[in-house]
Design a protein around this ligand. Sequence first.
Ligand code: FAD
Length: 479
Amino acid sequence: MSRPHLLWLRRDLRLGDHPALEAAAAPGAPVIPVFVHDPGLGGTWALGAASRWWLDGSLRALDAALRARGSRLVLRSGLAVDTLRALARETKASAVYFTRGYEPFIKPVEIALRDALAEDGVECRRFGGHILNEPEDVMNKSGEPFKVFTPYYKTVLARGEPRAPKPAPETLAAPKTWPKSENLDSWGFQPTKPDWAGGMRAAWTPGEAGAHARLQEFTTAIMRGYGESRNMPGQDGTSRLSPHLAFGEISPHQVWMAVSAAAETAGASGGAESYLREIVWREFSYQLLFHNPRLPDQAFRPEFAPFPFVEDSAGLRAWRRGRTGYPIVDAGMRQLWQTGWMHNRVRMIVASFLIKHLLIDWREGERWFWDTLVDADLANNSSSWQWVAGSGADAAPYFRIFNPVLQGEKFDAEGGYIRRFVPELAGLAPEHIHAPWNAPPAALAKAGVRLGRTYPAPIVDHAKARARALAAYEKIKQA
Ligand code: FAD
């Protein structure tokens, strides 16, 4: 029997359309799929708590799918390079295959792995598949990375349709003996005391099958109206594929193909076009992070570096807990806490509130999202936070400050989203629910709302906060 190939899985937890897996299996060699739990990998950007919860489910689903094909997932913990090297020696593997990453911390690991394996005479083969366009392949006319979305988008479209996705292998050759695997339970990815994951369990099905079921639901029932519904947090109007994409349970090629095909058959081309544009935003974020490794912790536009943020631990606490007194902000923060996800429109509102109303550093919000989002993705998270802060590439202008009341009235007119996540306001009529402090005392009494008791009074005044934010912006403009 030929020597086995190791398949190192990280954020590519699927079997379909998986170039590294396809290549590892092609010669008919036994394949040993392995996931390495390296708790220090990523340093300050090691996996957050919600991501660890998701990963647990995703690894279980992947193992089950592999077993159905005569294979299995080997779990090991330790430093990634040392662990893979040791496993290659132990199994006498002739090669290690993996999907490349784009986070700044992964490049040195990939290089160290290549060098360590070379010393042992083991081949090291790296593949794409997590994004549609490799960052090195899409440059502007001067050969520089793009900093503005629209020309990037046009260039990506001009490259033509992405390649067609490939099916999952039906069987995988197994090694003569399987190396030992650790027990996933012992990694402690599921919270126990307290178990805060109940809302996440109810909302999600991690794993490749869950991803495809959701894609199917999206293309058949949601996509047609996506152009409008994508802005309505109270509706199930977006794909909710973000955690599946973040963990590589589905490839963007699979998504692109399914959405394009559905657009032709269902005549939903408008929805498809806006949707695919978001997929290209994802690509844009990835190339930004790849070319700007400091994106997660440093203002992309250096003129924003001296921005006079304030220390406000009480404000930060109120924001995290969804107790700011602004219903749409609080609903979003509680949706995040309960389900590990927040609607994009509300992400923009809560981020703007933190940065501009509270004048708190965007990195605080970025960190909180990192720990609590099931779709935490270094590229999308850092570029989106910088986008809202005004310091990012092609960012929203800083002086455009969302009014949380108007945003609520516009995108959650009836207040259904707020009622769901802020039940203490459920009895308020639509005309009062977005600004309960302006509601007549009788309306509050009827709804059982006592401001400052059952629900907080606003922690900042919108007009004053707006003026303070604009004054802070003036300071850096003058500097
Ligand atoms: P859909 O509307 O169905 O979009 C489809 C896919 O396109 C998404 O799954 C996602 O992969 C991609 N996408 C959509 N919007 C964006 C965007 N603005 N930028 C880049 N890619 C996008 N997205 C993450 O995946 N991980 C994050 O950590 C993350 N952090 C964010 C932080 C802030 C402050 C903001 C404003 C946005 C953030 N986003 C992040 C982007 C966006 O909010 C989510 O991708 C989206 O809400 C996921 O829901 P969905 O899959 O239903 O999106």
